[in-house]
Ligand binder design. Sequence first.
Ligand code: NAD
Length: 307
Amino acid sequence: MNFLITGAAGFLGATLANHLVREGHQVRGLDDLSTGDPKALAPDVHFTRGEMGDRPKLWTLLQGVDFVYHLAARVSVPESILYPRDYNDVNVGGTVALMEAIRDVGIQRVVLASSGAVYGDQADSTLKESATPNPRSPYAVSKLAAEHYVRTIGALWNIETVILRIFNAYGPGQHLPPSHPPVAPHYLRQALRHGTLVAHGDGSQTRDYIYVDDVVSAMVAAATAPNLNGLAINVGSGTETSVKELIHQVLSVTHSKSNVVYNSQTSGGVSRMKADINLAKEKLRFTPSIKLDEGLRLTLQRDARFK
Ligand code: NAD
């Protein structure tokens, strides 16, 4: 089959692209390389550097494509608080541009990488797709708006759409920007160089960490499984882990004695997050297979930056 992946040079995009070419599929990748690295892609992935707003390029790349994965986005919650307009331009505007191009060319199905962040704080910490989203950051708002655009434009033009609400993915190749890096690889790096591990708040806030290969399994199923049209489906491990526990596991897999500091001056964000994954189990036959300690070990083994 023929796939187009936007954001293909990013963490999840490159892992997905490399998996699909290994399975014998034709894969085109688009990325503006604002954070992505094309060297992460296997040589068989047909990579094009370009912007989500470049519709002529999208039309060209979409010719002959069966399925589109839309992953290109700005992905930092704290950065989105500082630059909400950029997040709206790329995550919302880029999605609308892609859906217009998909409408013009005619594609079977599009899978959007959305986020568990759309839920925000909820009364029940186990987050079901039926909960009313309560986004707490411009990033979360932009992902929710993208969901609505994808589903609405898809319904108007008979394009099948699937929304995956991915929780906290981690694994080899995750982008580690100097400011506001994602917590799992950041703690691994700090522990390995015996730096201090700083946690926001008291470290009791929980997240649902999911290893990248499990995310890829769900994404692969989302392209072809039947009866998914219009659905939003959680992709998480179904396990809730506090930041304190994450730190404990990081120190254990790295055999590090780094100091840990809890900064009560800063907020830990949403207090509790755990994905209800029953819909993914039912519709995608999804079962997360990698526990956090094993995923952290695999990240250390497979990511050259941690050698
Ligand atoms: P990433 O930053 O590694 O990948 C995003 C890619 O999009 C980057 O390679 C970047 O260069 C590219 N990009 C950004 N703006 C672009 C533009 N205007 N035009 C073309 N390309 C552009 O992030 P990731 O972790 O791989 O996330 C991929 C997708 O999954 C995103 O949509 C993100 O919102 C979603 N998601 C990720 C997680 C996670 O934990 N990693 C969780 C929930 C949702």
